[in-house]
Design a protein around this ligand. Structure first.
Ligand code: AMP
Ligand code: ZN
Length: 454
């Protein structure tokens, strides 16, 4: 069996990965808070863990791997969006979940086996909170329940910080009902305008961290294999998940492996909603950048390194993929190339796997390229963006008419008009190439959209 090595945040080392139970391998990844379209940074996390999911399925068999990714559908950002728009919370979350599924589908991310929604697990969160109080790790105060970090000797182990460092480094909310400034909320009161559930501490709603602990426990029990997410979640979210779960279930060990993807950046800063420096997956798809090309760009950088999105990377990826599509169009998938698998099994070295695909393509091994590409999530059956664009006859008549209009404008030395016609064609994805002798030719590009011809 192929040996898998993964960088484990818990030990800060690359380690051989051995599942707790090879028949029932379990992976949990923190999913989105659903109030807005996913941005490209969110997509990076999805594509990274999708490639891990594909690797685990390849090595252990699809029936032996369970991948859970949650939807955070209760959150103050969602409440704020509802208040600002006057819309129902459930409409916002339903709509956003639909968008998320279709955008991630466009990136060829496989659906996780389980996609739990936080609001379906309130009872489990209340039970876990009660249990933490009973075990002396949490306390109720003024309608809140707080986790007491001093009751948890290993608090900070994942991110490698001491409690004093955390107090110094984090913006901790100081509240009169807290025993220790680092104590965090398990439950908080809701007013009449805020969603809430009845609980032993009054009507209220859960804190963010308890969601994942409760959902993991419900599906996977007290010990499971891999927990993933972006490294922005390492502290406090993952640290708090560990504290809650290991204190509620000291008989277990929670996640064996912790994996964190590095951030997608914009000019050296994390892409994020709060900084406003984001663009969505939908934005790119609407610019006619195929999902497959976005996926290729995301896999071209190792998940452990920060990366930028650039148009040049997208153009290069499209050129490569177009060549590969041409190569494999009549191929039958071979068995998966060992070197491709070994690269991915070596801490998800997807850039290495893509380099190997280049070699296979150069050698003309279409069957091997097809199998490797399918393993990495390329060459979906319905993927046709790479095929040369064909414009129908009446559309070509319209294009020719515009070309003629432009020539006439040029002849009359009305260059503003000529440029306007060229711009109109360009907007529809038609490039005008001027030939010697005053003739011009229309080139139908990738981005061609006849509806925009005007
Ligand atoms: P959120 O909806 O912000 O809680 O994020 C959902 C997932 O996307 C989490 O796993 C985050 O760590 C991840 N994520 C958020 N921003 C980025 C980014 N700029 N680059 C990579 N992953 C990110
Ligand atoms: Zn989580």
């Amino acid at each position: 069996m192929t040996q898998i090595k993964l960088h484990n945040t818990k030990t800060r080392r690359k380690e051989v990965f051995t599942p707790l139970n090879t028949d029932n391998l379990r992976m949990y990844v923190c999913g989105p808070t659903v109030y807005d379209r996913a941005h490209l940074g969110n997509a990076r996390a999805v594509v990274v863990f999708d490639s891990l999911f594909r690797l685990l399925r390849e090595v252990y068999g699809a029936d032996h791997v369970t991948y859970a990714r949650n939807f955070t559908d209760i959150d103050d950002k969602i409440n704020a969006r509802a208040a600002a728009t006057g819309r129902d919370i459930s409409h916002i979350t339903e709509e956003t979940i639909g968008w998320y599924m279709s955008d991630m589908g466009a990136l060829a991310a496989l659906e996780p086996n389980i996609m739990p929604r936080a609001t379906d697990y309130i009872a489990q969160m209340i039970t876990m909170t009660e249990d933490l109080i009973a075990k002396g790790h949490a306390y109720a105060a003024e309608g809140h329940v707080l986790f007491n970090v001093n009751s948890c000797p290993d608090y900070g182990a994942l991110s490698g910080r001491s409690i004093d460092d955390m107090i110094a480094g984090a913006r901790v909310e100081v509240a009169p009902y807290k025993r220790d400034p680092m104590d965090f909320v398990l439950w908080k009161p809701s007013n009449a305008q805020t969603p809430g559930w009845d609980s032993p501490w009054g009507r209220g709603r859960p804190g963010w961290h308890i969601e994942c602990s409760a959902m993991v426990h419900d599906h996977f029990g007290h010990s499971f294999d891999i927990h993933g997410g972006g490294n922005d979640l390492m502290f406090p979210h993952h640290e708090n998940e560990i504290a809650q779960s290991s204190c509620a279930h000291p008989e277990g060990s929670f996640a064996q492996f912790w994996m964190h993807n590095e951030m997608l950046q914009v000019e050296g800063k994390k892409m994020s909603k709060s900084l406003g420096n984001f663009f969505t997956v939908r934005d790119l798809l609407q610019q006619k950048i195929p999902g497959e090309v976005i996926r290729f760009v995301l896999l071209s950088t190792h998940y452990g390194k920060p990366m930028d999105w650039t148009q040049k990377k997208a153009d290069n990826a499209a050129t490569t993929l177009r060549k590969w599509h041409e190569l494999v169009k009549n191929a039958r998938p071979a068995s998966l190339d060992g070197a491709v698998l070994d690269h991915v099994a070596n801490d998800l070295n997807t850039p290495g796997a893509l380099m190997r695909m280049h070699e296979l393509a150069k050698a003309g091994d279409a069957d091997a390229v097809l199998a490797a590409g399918q393993f990495l999530g390329f060459f979906a059956a319905d993927c046709d963006w790479w095929q040369p664009k064909q414009a129908s006859d009446d559309v070509m008549v319209r294009v020719e008419a515009l070309l003629t209009a432009r020539s006439q404008a040029k002849f009359k030395r009305d260059f503003a008009e000529a440029d306007a016609v060229r711009a109109q064609l360009a907007a529809a994805g038609v490039e005008v190439v001027d030939k010697p002798g005053g003739l011009s030719e229309a080139v139908i590009t990738e981005a061609f959209d006849p509806d925009l011809l005007g």
